[in-house]
Ligand binder design. Structure first.
Ligand code: 5AD
Length: 455
């Protein structure tokens, strides 16, 4: 009765939350399994930022309700962002749910399952669905992805949550409702977590937060004109054994000169910035309530390139926001092409409940959203390939993550600019930084061979 399958639909933060729940459940004696068919308990952790993951989760949960008819002891729960925003109303579509647990209560999942199983054993009537979606002060400090001792395995790269919530009010976005107000962890608690990760073999961390450039704004003072986030980066730079630092996502407005300067002086900070733009039309940015201009965004890109010419950029773009005209989109595709992103997530606008944008007419027809989406994807493919081809004949530092999906003796790793590299090598190299000579390129990855250093 204690085999749990956790299905995650969503972003890195959702993945990290699921890892956290899994680690705590293991500590409590539950076993985590790889498929719903082996499980007594299924927890669905779902993103709510766009419509699609929610629809997938509804489909999955609907099918799993049938398991309950065959096995009345089967437990089905929805946890995370979708649970937080929809709360009890999930029961309208999924009446057989046993658990609904929000984003500030991940640390309580094990308690709730223990309770549910104990009440069932008493053979009483089916207990009411357990709903726990309250806000909890201090819950940001309960977020640590640290797996229990002995579980770490050979993880090379880890996500570290540094804050929760978001105080911006982008008109399209559902996240503040799912994650609440901004709350940051303390620097010592993050450093301690990273030290433990490094001791277990991790070489690279990606700091996670809805808007990492707002990290600690309320809780931590500026020191010598350095923001709390920059102070955190400096302390991580000083950690022995940690090789690479990444973060996602910054906000163009909060990306100030103290952070730009880090790219010239912090050796572990990787030359890749994921900087969500959403649009390159000032009119659309204003309509979205994104407080920066296209000029400010381009200026930021120029300054970063000046300080670190190798830097690679990725972004998020929404096409078909209410009122986005053909001219607005022409500006977006122009700047998208001019900046030359190596990677991007392009989203077709989808209406989210209780957002300001939901009060506007979803004016761009689906076929037109699709056309704009494809146009940007084509531009992206061109730039990815061009960038990849420019690396042919050069040697790149690669952090080896594991065996490649295809090919015997093939390994996969990433460059500092987050490009995927596939090359031949021994499994003992996993977890190491190695030089790889690049000799092939596609839009999605690089191929190469290990450079053998002279003895
Ligand atoms: N429709 C489409 N895309 C959205 N995103 C957020 N809300 C919406 C929405 N309503 C995208 C943004 C954000 C990313 C995580 O999801 O681009 O940066």
């Amino acid at each position: 009765m204690n085999r749990v399958y956790i299905k995650t639909y969503g972003c890195q933060m959702n993945e990290r939350d699921s890892d956290e729940v899994a680690a705590r459940l293991r500590e409590r004696g539950y076993s985590i399994v790889d498929s719903e068919h082996e499980a007594d308990i299924v927890l669905i952790n779902t993103c709510t930022v766009r419509d699609l993951p929610e629809q997938k989760a509804f489909g999955k949960a609907g099918r799993l309700q049938k398991f309950k008819r065959k096995n009345p002891d089967f437990i089905l729960g929805i946890i995370g962002c979708m649970a937080q925003t929809r709360k009890e109303s999930l029961l309208d579509r999924l009446p057989d749910l046993d658990l609904i647990i929000g984003t500030q209560k991940f640390h309580r999942v094990a308690d709730h399952l223990d309770h549910l199983i104990a009440t069932r054993r008493g053979q009483g009537p089916k207990p009411a669905t357990l709903v726990d979606v309250e806000e909890e002060a201090g819950s940001q400090e309960t977020i640590s992805s640290q797996p229990p001792v002995g579980m770490a395995g050979k993880k090379v790269s880890a996500f570290v949550s540094i804050m929760q919530g978001c105080n911006m009010n982008c008109h399209f976005c559902h996240v503040p409702q799912a994650r609440g107000k901004e709350r940051s962890r303390s620097i010592p608690s993050i450093i301690e977590e990273v030290q433990q990760l490094v001791a277990s073999g991790v070489k690279e961390v990606t700091l996670l937060g809805q808007i990492v450039t707002s990290y600690g704004r309320r809780e931590i003072d500026f020191v010598t004109q350095k923001s709390p986030f920059v102070q955190l980066l400096e302390q991580l730079e000083a950690l022995d054994g940690l090789e690479r630092i990444r973060f996602t996502s910054p906000h163009p407005r909060g990306f100030k000169d103290d952070l730009i300067a880090c790219y010239g002086r912090l050796k572990k900070l990787c030359e890749h910035v994921h900087l969500p733009a959403q649009s390159f039309s000032n009119a659309v940015l204003r309509a979205m309530n994104r407080p920066y201009t296209v000029e400010r965004y381009c200026d930021l890109v120029d300054k970063l390139r000046a300080i670190q010419p190798e830097i690679s950029f990725s972004t998020d773009i929404i096409v078909g926001y209410p009122g986005e005209t053909e001219e607005d989109f022409a500006l977006t595709s122009h700047y998208f092409d001019q900046i030359g992103f190596d990677m991007a997530f392009i989203f077709k606008y989808s209406e989210r409940p209780n957002t300001f944008a939901a009060t506007l007419k979803d004016s761009v027809p689906e076929a037109e959203k699709q056309r704009r989406n494809q146009l940007l994807l084509d531009i992206l493919a061109k730039h990815s390939l061009k960038h990849h081809q420019s690396l042919i004949g050069r040697t790149q530092e690669v952090l080896v993550e594991g065996p490649a999906k295809r090919g015997d003796n093939m390994l996969v790793g990433r460059t500092r600019t987050y490009r995927k590299v596939i090359f031949e090598g021994q499994p003992r190299l996993i977890g190491q930084l190695v030089p790889v000579y690049i000799d092939t390129a596609t839009t999605t990855s690089l191929g190469g061979s290990l450079v053998v250093r002279e003895a």
